[in-house]
Design a protein around this ligand. Structure first.
Ligand SMILES: Nc1nc2c(ncn2[C@@H]2O[C@H](COP(=O)(O)OP(=O)(O)OP(=O)(O)O)[C@@H](O)[C@H]2O)c(=O)[nH]1
Ligand SMILES: [Mg+2]
Length: 234
């Protein structure tokens, strides 16, 4: 409706990659954000999973095409396929495992040397519900994120803390990047409100795959949203 009222609405498509060591909660964050659920029984990712998500923010219809990569070492060599031409990266560590924070720094170095266009970087300290087991102090991570010009949030896929905000702020940063660096590879077009009904068609196949991935009890469904697709790739 807002699009029909506002002819200047823009559409922005961006490729986003999620990187981080195995077990830090990359898939759980996606499952939390897309499916509104948490499961202790998420399977380790094989290769990568793909999902899209659309949201309206700051007069833009933003479509995020997200690659959730596998953190296991045996899949390490596949990573360039997923971060190639990415417009943004979530760099995830586990606040209870210091080595996973160190691993984020390695990813950032690799992105710096292997990618050419400017990217939005967002460092996520996940599992912030496990405060008693904290090994990475927020201040240290915040200072590091600032030093590389990245966004920073502490998140919990379990409690949902910080998750919505991270995706929202990433989208806003992508909009800013598309304006400040028009040649950065971000695709911005005038939004065609007539295509809106098409946009909303993409939910059902994804949910099947999401359920396969979760295999879980412990599910707290908080309601469903449309506008998302999920797939797997290996
Ligand atoms: N307490 C807590 N546990 C979490 C959180 N996020 C994920 N987990 C648990 O951590 C484990 C690993 O989560 P995954 O989402 O599979 O981690 P991943 O980063 O996708 O792992 P790979 O796919 O192997 O790279 C699972 O048992 C999750 O239930 C969180 O925010 N809090
Ligand atoms: Mg995973």
């Amino acid at each position: 409706m807002a699009a029909a009222l506002n002819p200047r609405m823009k559409a922005l498509e961006a490729k986003v990659v999620i990187l981080g060591k195995e077990g830090v909660g990359k898939t759980s964050l996606v499952v939390r954000y897309v499916g509104k659920i948490f499961s202790k029984n998420v399977s380790p990712t094989v290769g990568a999973s793909f999902f899209t998500f659309k949201m309206t923010v700051d007069n833009h219809r933003v479509k995020l095409m997200v690659w959730d990569t596998a953190g296991q070492e045996r899949f390490r060599s596949m990573a360039p396929m997923y971060y190639r031409k990415a417009n943004a990266a979530f760099l995830v560590y586990d606040i209870t495992q210091y080595n996973t924070f160190e691993n984020v720094k390695t990813w950032v170095e690799e992105l710096k040397t292997a990618t050419e266009s400017p990217m939005v970087l967002c460092v996520l300290g996940n599992k912030c519900d496990l405060k008693d087991q904290r090994k990475v102090q927020s201040d240290e991570a915040l200072m590091y994120a600032a030093s590389i010009g990245a966004l920073f949030f502490e998140t919990s896929a379990l409690t949902n803390e910080g998750v919505q905000e991270a995706f929202l702020r990433l989208s806003l940063a992508l909009i800013s990047l598309s304006k400040s660096a028009p040649n950065c590879g971000l695709v911005t077009k005038d939004y065609d409100s007539r295509r809106k009904s098409e946009d909303f068609l993409s939910f059902p196949p994804s949910l099947v795959l999401l359920k396969e991935q979760i295999k879980g009890e412990e599910e707290e469904r908080e309601g469903e949203e449309k506008d998302k697709t999920i797939g797997k790739c290996c």
